[in-house]
Design a binder for this molecule. Structure first.
Ligand SMILES: CC(C)(COP(=O)(O)OP(=O)(O)OC[C@H]1O[C@@H](n2cnc3c(N)ncnc32)[C@H](O)[C@@H]1OP(=O)(O)O)[C@@H](O)C(=O)NCCC(=O)NCCS
Length: 210
């Protein structure tokens, strides 16, 4: 059984998609069941509307795990947005190579590279949150509405604000440790299906039984 190989998981709802099935860019990956909802634009245009300054020449990667929930208007801002700061000017001269007689092959010198964006599993990204280049978000984290995430977010941590700061952990350390060991999102779909009630219960002991 693989129910994640469809675009629209909800009958009659064309605003909610399983992201992995609309991605064509080899530098973007989304795991099984990760969903995106968009009530402003066509959610299938996620690559164009939500993954910004992500120029192929820079080869940056956006890797999103399984079972993430990505809310409308969440954005991923990549390296080509970062006008270089080691230069005495932030003006992107290398981008206008024809104008200034520079080498086309050095166009990437226009910007500073902070790295890929890596999102774990079961991450919930709130409405219009912005995730910046180089950020890694741990499994089970929550990104609050309109947060601007500039730094890595540890697993099962709720962050919010500009810049995003930890609000609290979702569970105690022991529960987080056990969840990270269990990695339920990697279980076969059938097992997850059997365990949904235990997941919903909020009781880690129930999830570990059987
Ligand atoms: C972060 C969130 C999950 C709430 O988490 P919570 O732990 O229950 O937070 P609380 O409401 O108890 O608030 C705790 C603190 O965080 C602050 N806070 C809550 N949401 C925040 C946000 N988005 N940005 C900044 N601060 C936020 C609260 O003001 C409060 O601050 P205080 O301690 O100084 O009083 C929720 O506010 C949120 O942003 N949800 C996303 C909703 C969304 O975008 N959904 C899209 C559709 S899927």
């Amino acid at each position: 059984m693989d129910n994640s190989n469809k675009t629209y998981p909800r009958t009659g709802d064309s605003q909610t998609i399983y992201l992995k099935n609309v991605i064509t860019n080899p530098n973007i990956q989304a795991g099984d069941f990760t969903m995106y909802n968009d009530f402003v634009n066509d959610p299938r245009d996620f690559q164009q509307n939500n993954v910004l300054y992500h120029y192929p020449i820079n080869h940056d990667k956006l890797i999103i795990g399984k079972f993430c929930s990505i809310a409308c208007g969440a954005k991923f801002i990549f390296n080509s947005a970062n006008h270089t700061m080691s230069s005495l000017s932030t003006y992107p001269f290398p981008l206008f190579f024809e104008e200034w007689g520079l080498e086309k092959s050095r166009v990437t010198e226009s910007w500073d590279n902070k790295g890929d964006i890596i999102i774990g599993n079961d991450v919930w990204i709130g409405y219009e949150a912005v995730i910046l280049a180089g950020v890694k978000i741990g499994d089970g984290a929550i990104i609050g509405t309109r947060a601007v995430v500039t730094k890595d977010v540890p697993p099962y941590t709720i962050v919010g604000g500009v810049p995003a700061k930890p609000i609290r952990k979702r569970f105690n350390e022991e529960t987080i440790r056990r969840l990270l060991e269990l990695k339920w999102w990697d279980w076969p779909e059938q097992k997850i299906s059997q365990k949904i009630k235990a997941i919903q219960s909020g009781q880690i002991d129930e999830l570990m039984e059987g």
